[in-house]
Design a protein around this ligand. Structure first.
Ligand SMILES: *[C@@H]1O[C@H](CO)[C@@H](O)[C@H](O)[C@H]1NC(C)=O
Ligand SMILES: *[C@@H]1O[C@H](CO)[C@@H](O)[C@H](O)[C@H]1NC(C)=O
Ligand SMILES: *[C@@H]1O[C@H](CO)[C@@H](O)[C@H](O)[C@H]1NC(C)=O
Ligand SMILES: *[C@@H]1O[C@H](CO)[C@@H](O)[C@H](O)[C@H]1NC(C)=O
Ligand SMILES: *[C@@H]1O[C@H](CO)[C@@H](O)[C@H](O)[C@H]1NC(C)=O
Ligand SMILES: *[C@@H]1O[C@H](CO)[C@@H](O)[C@H](O)[C@H]1NC(C)=O
Ligand SMILES: *[C@@H]1O[C@H](CO)[C@@H](O)[C@H](O)[C@H]1NC(C)=O
Length: 762
C-alpha cells in the first residue's frame, strides 16, 4: 500500500467563454502515482475545417502560449509535473485553452507504466450537477472539481463513502461545501470508494474522476481518469460492446441521479431489470454486446481492466464513459498516440464497413472486425502505432466512438460524443441535413426516435408539440435531444405489409398548436425482417423566370441565407426541416423601381381552397419563422422561412402577389410595407387601378425516402429518419402586363394555373 504516500494526480480541465466559433476549455491533470517519476502531460489541439489561433494558460506556472494551427491539423503541448494536481488542496492549476475557431482537445496523463487519456469538454458541455465514479474500493480513489473564469463558484459535495476535508471526516450522506475562485481546482482523495458522491455547484464546473492506482485484473497499480458528464447530458439508451474481446476483462458501472430508476439490461441471456435510487450504482461484466435502457437518465462508466492479446502480453486498465445513443454523431475528429497500438471501436446500426470513411478511406480498407447484437454493430479497427489526428464519418447514420491504445503495462482510452464541437461538422459530401443526426432504434418491443432539439426550436414550437400519430404520445427532452418512445401497439402505431414485408409504422409530428401545420414530420418504420435498400424518387418539373409587362420578375431559390448560391438544378431537394430561401427580383436597369411582396399564401394544392396558410398578408409577416435578409437594393426582396407541410398532404404550393412600384409615385404601396385591413381599403380606394403580379411556386413535394438497415441477428431493423426530402418544382408564374398604369403599380389577381397565362387582372 505504498501509494498512500504517493498522492499524485492528473487533472485536466478546459473551458472557454462563449462566442461564435470560439471554443473555450478548462482542464486539469489529476495526480498520477509514482512520486519520483517525472510526469509527461500532453495536450493535443486539433483544428477542424478552419485555421485556429489557440492560447493555453496555467496560472500557477504563469504559462501562456499561443499556437497557430492550419485547418485539419494538430499539435501537441508538453507539460511537466508542476501542472499535476497534488494531494487534497485548492490549487490554481486549471489549464485554459481558448481558440478562435472550433477545435478538439485531448489530454494524456503519462507516467512510466501508468497512463490514461480523456477528450476534453468545452464550456458548453459543463454542468452544475455530477455523480462521481472512482472505480471501486482501493486506496487511491480521487476526483477533482475545476472552475473556469467565474470569480467564485460555490461547490457542495454530498458524500458516498468517506473522506477527510479540512480536518473533518465526512461520511455517506453528509454534505460539505466550499468556494473555488477563478481558475482554481480542488482534488479529493480517499481510500474509500467515492462512487455515488454528488457534486453540485452554483455555476458550471468541470469534474474529473478515477483512481490513481487501480489494480484491475492484472494486479499492478495503474492510473485511470475520465472527465465526467454532467447529469443534464445523461441518457436513457445505450449499446455496449467489449472493446477488446481477447483475454481481457471489462466492467460497466451504471449510476442514477433519481429515485426509482428502472434499468433494463439486455444481453444474450435475456433481459434483467435493476432498480436504482439516487446515487446508487451497479457493476456488470461486459463479455458480449448488451443494450441498456432506463426509465430515467443514467451515467455508464466503462472500466477496462487490462489483459493480454496477440499484440501485447500484458496491458493496463483505463477508464472511459459510455456515450448514450442520443449523443451519437456522424462525424468525429480524434487523435491516436505513437506509444500504443491504437484501436477504435465504432458502435452503430450500420451493417457495412464501407459506409464509414476514416481519413478519407472506406473503413473496409483497414484491418477490422465486427460484433453485432440486436441490430447494432461494434466495428473494431486496428490503427497500429501512429501519432496523428484522424477524421471519421458516416454518410447517413450517427454512431458512437471509442479510441484506445495498449502497450506493455500501459493503456489509454476515451470516448467521444458528448462534445458539442461535433454538432455541425463539415460533412464529407457537403450536405447539411440535420435529420441525419436523428436516430430511430427499433427493438423487439418498441422503438425510440430522437431528433436534435435545435430542429424543434428552429421550428418555433415547444417540445410538447412534438408527438406521434396519437397526439398524447409526446416527446421529452434529453440533453440536446427530443426523444420519443414508440410502442408498437399504442400511440397510433400500425402494421404495414408492403412487398411481402412487415413494418410497424408511425409518424413524428411537430405541429403548430391549434393548426394543421406540421413543422416537423418524420415517418418512422420498423421493419421486421429486412435486408434490402429501398430507394426514393420523384419527378418534378421546373421554370422560374416570369415576365410582367416589360419587366421580368424572377423568383429564385438559394441554398443559404447569404443568397450567393442560387439553386440552378431542379428538382431542388431540401430537407423538410430546413429553411427555404426565396428571392423576388424585378430585373430592370431602372433603379427607381421597388418590389413589395404583398401576399404569400401556401396551400396543399393548386386550387387554394379553404385550406391555406398565410405567410405574408398585406405585406405583414404571418409566419413566426419568416425573416427577411438583406438584399442588394429595393428591386429585390429576400426571405427565408422554415419548411412546413399540411397534414395529410404531400405537397405545398406557394402563391405570392408581388407589387412593383416606382419612386416617382411615392408614397405608394411599396413604401407602406405592412398594412392592416383599413389602410388597405384606403389605399385601394385612392388607387383603384393597379395590378399585381402573382407568382406561384410549387409544388413542394415531400417524399418518404427510406433506408433500411440489414440486421444480422435481430428481428427488426430501423429506418433512419433523414427521410423527408422536398422536391421543389419551380413552376411558373408568368405575368404579362397589359397596360402600364400611371403609378406603375401592377396588381394582379388569381392565377392558379400551373403554367400561368397572362391574366388580365381586374
Ligand atoms: C463551430 O461549432 C459550433 C457549434 O458546434 C457551430 O455553431 C459553428 O458553426 C462551428 N464553426 C465552424 C467555423 O465550424
Ligand atoms: C478538412 O476537413 C474537411 C472536412 O472533412 C474536408 O472537407 C477537407 O477536405 C479537409 N481539408 C484538408 C486540407 O484536408
Ligand atoms: C496571455 O498572453 C496574451 C498575449 O500576450 C494576453 O493577451 C493574455 O491576457 C495572457 N493571458 C493570461 C492568462 O495571462
Ligand atoms: C426499455 O425500453 C422498452 C421499449 O421501449 C420499454 O418497454 C421498457 O419499459 C424500457 N425499460 C425501462 C426500464 O424504461
Ligand atoms: C435478403 O435475405 C435473403 C435471405 O436471408 C437472401 O436470400 C437475399 O439474397 C437477401 N437479399 C439481399 C438484397 O441481400
Ligand atoms: C425577360 O426575360 C425574357 C426571357 O428570359 C428575355 O428574353 C428578356 O430579354 C427579358 N427582359 C428583360 C427586360 O430583361
Ligand atoms: C415564435 O412564435 C411566437 C408566437 O407565434 C412569436 O411571438 C415569437 O416571436 C416567435 N419567435 C421567433 C424566434 O420567431
Amino acid at each position: 500500500m505504498r501509494w498512500h504516500v504517493l498522492w499524485l494526480l492528473l487533472l485536466f480541465t478546459l473551458m472557454i467563454s462563449a462566442g461564435h466559433a470560439q471554443r473555450h476549455f478548462i482542464t486539469a491533470f489529476l495526480e498520477n502515482y509514482r512520486p519520483n517519476v517525472q510526469a509527461d502531460l500532453q495536450l493535443y489541439l486539433v483544428s477542424h475545417d478552419q485555421p485556429a489561433s489557440v492560447t493555453v494558460t496555467m496560472p500557477l506556472s504563469s504559462y501562456n502560449e499561443t499556437v497557430l494551427l492550419d485547418r485539419n491539423s494538430s499539435t501537441r503541448l508538453y507539460f511537466g509535473s508542476e501542472f499535476m494536481l497534488f494531494g487534497q488542496q485548492i490549487e490554481s492549476k486549471v489549464v485554459t485553452v481558448n481558440s478562435d475557431a472550433n477545435i478538439s482537445v485531448f489530454a494524456f496523463n503519462i507516467k512510466q507504466e501508468t497512463t490514461d487519456a480523456l477528450a476534453c469538454f468545452s464550456d458548453k458541455e459543463l454542468g452544475t450537477e455530477y455523480y462521481i465514479f472512482t472505480t471501486g474500493a482501493g486506496s487511491a480513489n480521487q476526483f477533482a472539481v475545476a472552475n473556469g473564469r467565474e470569480e467564485e463558484v460555490q461547490v457542495a459535495i454530498t458524500m458516498s463513502g468517506s473522506l477527510a476535508f479540512n480536518g473533518v471526516e465526512y461520511n455517506s450522506k453528509q454534505t460539505f461545501d466550499f468556494t473555488l475562485g477563478s481558475l482554481q481546482v480542488i482534488q479529493f482523495q480517499s481510500s474509500s470508494d467515492l462512487t455515488g458522491t454528488r457534486v453540485s455547484s452554483s455555476t458550471p464546473v468541470a469534474v474529473f474522476s478515477g483512481n490513481q492506482c487501480f489494480t484491475g485484473k492484472i494486479g499492478a497499480c495503474d492510473f485511470v481518469v475520465e472527465q465526467l458528464v454532467p447529469v443534464n447530458n445523461w441518457g436513457t439508451n445505450f449499446v455496449i460492446f467489449p472493446l477488446i474481446t481477447d483475454e481481457s476483462s471489462q466492467i460497466i458501472d451504471i449510476i442514477s441521479s433519481r429515485p426509482n430508476t428502472l434499468v433494463d439490461v439486455v444481453n444474450n441471456g435475456g433481459t434483467t431489470q435493476y432498480h436504482l435510487d439516487q446515487g446508487s450504482h451497479i457493476s456488470l461484466d461486459v463479455t458480449s454486446g448488451l443494450l441498456v435502457n432506463a426509465s430515467e437518465p443514467i451515467m455508464i462508466s466503462y472500466l477496462f481492466q487490462g489483459g493480454r492479446n496477440s499484440l501485447v502480453n500484458s496491458f493496463d486498465p483505463f477508464l472511459t464513459t459510455v456515450p448514450p445513443n442520443s449523443f451519437f454523431r456522424r462525424y468525429y475528429k480524434f487523435v491516436t498516440h505513437e506509444s500504443y497500438y491504437n484501436y477504435i471501436l465504432i458502435v452503430s446500426q450500420s451493417s457495412s464497413p464501407t459506409d464509414f470513411y476514416l481519413d478519407h478511406q472506406p473503413l473496409s480498407q483497414y484491418t477490422w472486425s465486427s460484433q453485432s447484437f440486436e441490430g447494432f454493430y461494434g466495428w473494431k479497427v486496428e490503427l497500429g502505432k501512429m501519432n496523428m489526428e484522424h477524421e471519421i464519418s458516416h454518410s447517413s447514420l450517427a454512431f458512437g466512438l471509442y479510441v484506445y491504445g495498449i502497450e506493455i503495462e500501459i493503456s489509454y482510452g476515451y470516448s467521444l460524443g458528448q462534445e458539442s464541437t461535433f454538432q455541425d461538422p463539415p460533412l464529407p459530401d457537403g450536405t447539411e441535413e440535420p435529420e441525419a443526426l436523428s436516430q430511430l432504434t427499433c427493438l423487439s418491443h418498441g422503438a425510440k426516435y430522437q431528433l436534435p432539439l435545435s430542429l424543434v426550436t428552429n421550428a418555433n414550437i415547444s417540445i410538447n408539440d412534438v408527438h406521434l400519430h396519437d397526439p398524447k404520445c409526446e416527446a421529452h427532452q434529453e440533453g440536446d435531444w427530443a426523444v420519443i418512445s414508440v410502442p408498437y401497439d399504442k400511440c397510433g402505431s400500425r402494421i404495414l405489409i408492403e412487398d411481402g414485408k412487415t413494418f410497424y409504422v408511425n409518424t413524428v409530428y411537430g405541429t403548430v398548436p391549434g393548426t394543421p401545420i406540421h413543422r416537423i414530420e418524420v415517418p418512422l418504420k420498423c421493419e421486421m425482417v429486412a435486408n434490402e435498400t429501398l430507394s426514393m424518387h420523384f419527378n418534378p418539373t421546373v421554370t422560374d423566370v416570369v415576365a410582367l409587362g416589360h419587366h421580368n420578375i424572377s423568383l429564385k431559390f438559394y441554398h443559404s441565407e447569404d443568397f450567393m448560391d442560387p439553386v440552378t438544378t431542379f428538382p431542388y431537394e431540401v430537407g423538410m426541416h430546413g429553411r427555404l430561401y426565396v428571392e423576388f427580383k424585378v430585373d430592370s436597369d431602372d433603379e427607381g423601381l421597388q418590389i413589395l411582396t404583398e401576399n404569400c399564401k401556401s396551400s396543399p394544392s393548386l386550387e387554394p381552397g379553404d385550406m391555406t396558410y398565410s405567410i405574408i398578408k398585406h405585406g405583414c409577416f404571418q409566419d413566426s419563422t419568416l425573416h427577411t435578409y438583406p438584399a442588394g437594393d429595393q428591386r429585390e426582396e429576400h426571405f427565408g422561412f422554415q419548411i412546413f407541410k399540411f397534414e395529410d398532404f404531400p405537397e405545398v404550393y406557394l402563391f405570392c402577389d408581388v407589387i412593383i412600384c416606382h419612386d416617382d409615385s411615392v408614397p405608394n404601396r411599396c413604401t407602406q410595407g405592412c398594412i392592416g385591413e383599413r389602410q388597405k381599403r384606403d389605399l385601394s380606394g385612392s388607387n383603384s387601378q393597379f395590378q399585381a403580379a402573382r407568382l406561384s411556386q410549387g409544388p413542394i413535394v415531400f417524399k418518404n425516402g427510406r433506408e433500411v438497415q440489414r440486421p444480422a441477428y435481430q428481428e427488426f431493423s430501423q429506418s433512419p429518419a433523414h427521410l423527408s426530402l422536398v422536391g421543389i418544382l419551380c413552376a411558373v408564374a408568368l405575368l404579362a402586363g397589359v397596360g402600364l398604369l400611371l403609378q406603375r403599380i401592377y396588381y394582379r389577381r388569381k392565377n392558379l394555373g400551373y403554367a400561368l397565362l397572362p391574366d388580365r387582372g381586374e
